[in-house]
Design a protein around this ligand. Structure first.
Ligand SMILES: [Zn+2]
Length: 204
C-alpha cells in the first residue's frame, strides 16, 4: 500500500485557518487542529464573535505614542488616566510585562515600554529601543523615581545598568527586589510574587 501524500481531511479554507492558528505562540499544528474543530462546532457561540473581535482589534489596535503600551487610541488608558500617580515611571521590556504588572494591581504610576533589550550580539543599541524617549519623559514629566522592572536575563540586566548610568543623579533609581527568578519573565510570575518584588524594591 502506498501512503498518500496529501491527506484530504478538510477543505483548503479550513486548512489555511489551521495553518494560521498553528503560528500562534503556544499552539502547534495538533493544538491548532483541535482549536479550529472546536471553533467550527461552536460557530455561533465562539467562531463568529471571535472573528468579529479580531476584525475590530485589527482595525483599531495601536501603540501608545507616550509609553508604548498597546491599546486602541493614540494615548493609552493608563497614560490618559488622571488617577495614576505622577512622578514615577516603571520601565519594562515588553507590553506583556506591563500587562503582568497591571494584573498584580500594585503599581499606580505610569509605564515606559522599551520594546526589547540592548544586545551587542543582535546589534540592538539604545536608539533601537525607546531609551531616548525615556530620557525625554523623565524631564518633561518631572519624574522623581524610575523603577527598572526588567527581566533577570543577561540582556535585561545589561539594559538596566545602561539606563541607570544615563539617569544617575537625575532620579531615584530602584529595581524589583530579589524574588524574580533568573531568566524569569514578568509575564510568567503570579500576581503575589510581582507585588512582593515591587513592594520590597531596592534603590540602586
Ligand atoms: Zn501609554
Amino acid at each position: 500500500m502506498v501512503a498518500r501524500k496529501d491527506p484530504d481531511m478538510s477543505s483548503s479554507e479550513i486548512d489555511s485557518l489551521i495553518d494560521l492558528m498553528a503560528k500562534l505562540p503556544g499552539l502547534g499544528p495538533r493544538s491548532a487542529r483541535r482549536a479550529v474543530l472546536h471553533l467550527i462546532r461552536k460557530r455561533a457561540l465562539l467562531l463568529t464573535p471571535l472573528s468579529d473581535a479580531m476584525l475590530q482589534v485589527a482595525a483599531t489596535a495601536r501603540e501608545c505614542l507616550n509609553c508604548g503600551n498597546v491599546g486602541t487610541s493614540d494615548i493609552c488608558d493608563i497614560c490618559a488616566s488622571e488617577k495614576r500617580a505622577t512622578g514615577v515611571l516603571c520601565v519594562v521590556e515588553d507590553v506583556a510585562d506591563l500587562w503582568a504588572m497591571e494584573r498584580a494591581q500594585v503599581f499606580d504610576g505610569r509605564y515606559h515600554v522599551l520594546g526589547g533589550t540592548l544586545s551587542a550580539l543582535e546589534g540592538v543599541g539604545p536608539e533601537e529601543l525607546s531609551i531616548p524617549r525615556l530620557m525625554d519623559r523623565v524631564v518633561s514629566e518631572g519624574i522623581s523615581e524610575v523603577i527598572l522592572a526588567l527581566n533577570a536575563t543577561v540582556d535585561g540586566q545589561t539594559t538596566a545598568h545602561y539606563i541607570a548610568d544615563q539617569l544617575e543623579e537625575q532620579v531615584r533609581l530602584t529595581s524589583l527586589a530579589q524574588g524574580v527568578p533568573v531568566g524569569g519573565e514578568l509575564d510568567y510570575l503570579d500576581e503575589g510574587t510581582i507585588s512582593a518584588a515591587l513592594t520590597a524594591r531596592k534603590t540602586l
